[in-house]
Design a protein around this ligand. Sequence first.
Ligand code: HEM
Length: 152
Amino acid sequence: MFSPQSTEVIRATLPVVGAAIGDITTLFYRRMFDAHPELERDLFNRGNQKQGEQQKALAGAIAAFATLQLEPDSAKVDLILSRIAHKHASLGITPDQYAIVHEHLFAAIVEILGDAVTPDVAAAWDEVYWLMAETLITMERGLYQLAGVDAG
Ligand code: HEM
């Protein structure tokens, strides 16, 4: 759950973010792979990244998670996050990579949505991102420990 102010901001901006998710996703990957070619070469290729729908999984999941937080259903949230965490752990995702995704995803959001991203809007979506990221990082740490391997 996040703060009441953020909940209202998320409710008000979900339609705009949802409508632009395709453009945001394309720009996000272009920015991130320009800055970190090794992620495209070593990680996303291993994940069988395809053009189109599958590329939307990451940004789409953040929008889906935000929607779920408006009408919290914790069993559903846990199921979705657990599935993502298993996929991530199978690929060796590490905690530090969450800051890289954050940087480029939020830069893409600002570039696509422009002035609509007021400081309040940015703060509310930041809260969504880090709530989700911290939960995933914790779940992935548990999976690595269970398997007796280091993250990555
Ligand atoms: C809060 C942040 C994140 C969310 C919400 C998220 C969400 C997702 C989702 C929904 C999938 C698809 C899972 C499935 O196929 O069942 C996925 C796959 C993947 N994620 Fe994440 N992710 C996040 C962070 C990251 C980070 C930090 C990295 C590493 C740079 C990463 C790399 C990947 C890769 C390589 C795949 C597989 C892609 C593919 O199959 O094409 N993700 N993620």
